[in-house]
Design a protein around this ligand. Sequence first.
Ligand code: 13P
Ligand code: SF4
Length: 305
Amino acid sequence: MTKEIAGLEEKIAKLKKKRDAIILAHNYQLPEVQDVADFRGDSLELSRIAAKVENKVIVFCGVYFMAETASILSPEKLVIMPDIQAGCPMANMLNAEELKKLKKEHPNAVVVGYVNTSAEVKAELDYCCTSTNAVTVVNALKDKEEIIFVPDKYLGDYVSKKTGRKLITWNGFCPTHIKILPEDVKREKKFHPFAKVIVHPECLPQVVGLADAALSTSQMSKFAKESEATEFIVGTEIGLIYRLKKDNPNKEFYPASERAVCPNMKRTTQEKILWALEELKEEVKVSDEIRLKAKKAIDRMLEII
Ligand code: 13P
Ligand code: SF4
């Protein structure tokens, strides 16, 4: 580690204490960000931690909807993002007006929405879900005839296959995960015939079809740790590889595709974290009217899992 980086990390650690702040980082964040984080995790874990910790300030290193979810669950805390421009293109593919229209077209349907949505969209949901629990949430709705599932059509396809339920979906998708192609997985399997293939359910159905397991980012980490296999082909954003290698130094991880990079997840740096702590900016806040409605959908999810 260079003197400059060590200096930056030291400054972050000191200021974090002074501000009574905690740094949360999504599993796709740059290594330098993961290294200064108090917790790394997937969407579900990070929201749970945000709700539980007692610190006054949460520095959220991820994308906007994640920080917004933390703020919905902990309105008394100051939630700040080191780069507030870090959005999720999938979450931006559906707005509240579009969802209201879809609900009108299916007035009897129960509405399940991925956590990758804005607070305004969450306020229109009956249930929120994450990639960790989408199947469990839909399975819990056995008595409901019609289910709307938004915005990710590929996660919807995966959930539909796993639950045997027909879902009314939206044309949303993750521009990063669709870059992973079936031929990428097939090529890597040829190079590493003994490797297990683990992919995110946001991947194309043809890619999910080639996998040993479709899992959330933290579930992949758990799977790798617990599996007897020593080699893994990883079909998700490449940032996860850093965590997988760090947590499992004796195992090998191969990205299914080097193209799977989420540019928004890479916007946050150590320097921006330091600025955020110095200036206590940029704050992520949701109006009470939207927050209380959105929180209901998140609470209903947490009651199921
Ligand atoms: P996880 O909840 O699995 O971390 O996924 C979040 C995400 O945005 C995947 O692209
Ligand atoms: Fe959104 Fe995809 Fe980036 Fe995840 S990887 S934050 S779904 S764009």
